[in-house]
Design a protein. Structure first.
Length: 255
């Protein structure tokens, strides 16, 4: 079964269009000739963004990520967040063309399936069709442990309530995405709608559904005790890691 693109048509709402155009222009002016292409994912390119609740998610693809100074990107982001308060935050990740083409089940998946190209030539078109399989699911989660460990530590060290809320929401979303990857062979499609992800996990995954409902509730409203949340998050990740180990040990299904 081949994974289809999440967003087939770009429908940026009028209240976000000026921001998107200005962010692209700022990036291109700041890093002249160093950006190959720019992509978006999430609610803004889908046309489902909610002012003062939705954030903006960009990906920059270039020859060498070292050419794109993240501090300079952050300066642009901070300036535009002041100018466009309807955005909760602006996230921008940077990868190389080689990352996309040499890691089709990781960066290739991200650019080809999750994102849509809003500037430049879509390098995702060069990524071969992505087949849903245990091998793909394992590749997709190559960096999940590192990401989870990083956000776990950030949340543990956070002292500001606003940052705690942000980390809990982000951690919940990351764990739900990880669990959803386990049921891809059942759903046959990558969802980016959180409630559809949550429902699919409850329907197809063997994890205790109350844990999934707790994570989803935290994604919607992150006003919970950090210690309580981390305990649940650790339990969920332990289940996820064991499921990956079982999948990896099942040699015949990977051949």
């Amino acid at each position: 079964m081949i994974l289809e693109k999440v967003i087939n048509r770009i429908v940026i709402q009028s209240e976000y269009k000026d921001f998107v155009d200005k962010y692209i222009d700022n990036l291109l002016n700041e890093f002249k000739g160093k950006i190959h292409s720019i992509y978006m994912c999430g609610s803004i390119p889908k046309g489902t963004a909610t002012p003062f609740k939705s954030d903006a998610d960009f990906t920059i693809v270039c020859e060498d990520p070292k050419d794109i100074d993240y501090e300079r990107v952050s300066t642009i982001k901070d300036r535009l967040l002041e100018e466009y308060p309807l955005l909760t935050k602006i996230d921008t990740i940077i990868c190389s063309i080689d990352d996309v083409l040499s890691k089709p089940n990781e960066w290739g998946f991200w650019v080809k399936i999750i994102c849509v190209c809003i500037h430049g030539h879509d390098v995702g078109e060069k990524v071969p069709p992505i087949l849903i399989s245990p091998a793909f699911i394992l590749d997709l989660n190559t960096e999940t442990k590192e990401e989870v460990d990083r956000i776990h530590q950030s949340l543990s060290n956070a002292s500001d309530d606003a940052m705690k809320t942000r980390y809990i929401k982000g951690y919940s979303k990351r764990l739900i995405r990880a669990l959803y990857s386990l049921v891809l062979e059942d759903t046959g499609v990558w969802q980016d709608d959180m409630i559809k992800m949550k429902n699919a996990i409850v329907n197809y995954c063997e994890i205790d559904s109350s844990l999934v409902e707790y994570l989803y509730a935290c994604y919607l409203d992150s006003n919970v005790l950090v210690e309580e949340f981390l305990g649940i998050a650790d339990e969920v990740y332990s289940f996820f890691e064991n499921a990956l180990h079982t999948m990896a040990a099942s040699k015949p299904s990977l051949e």
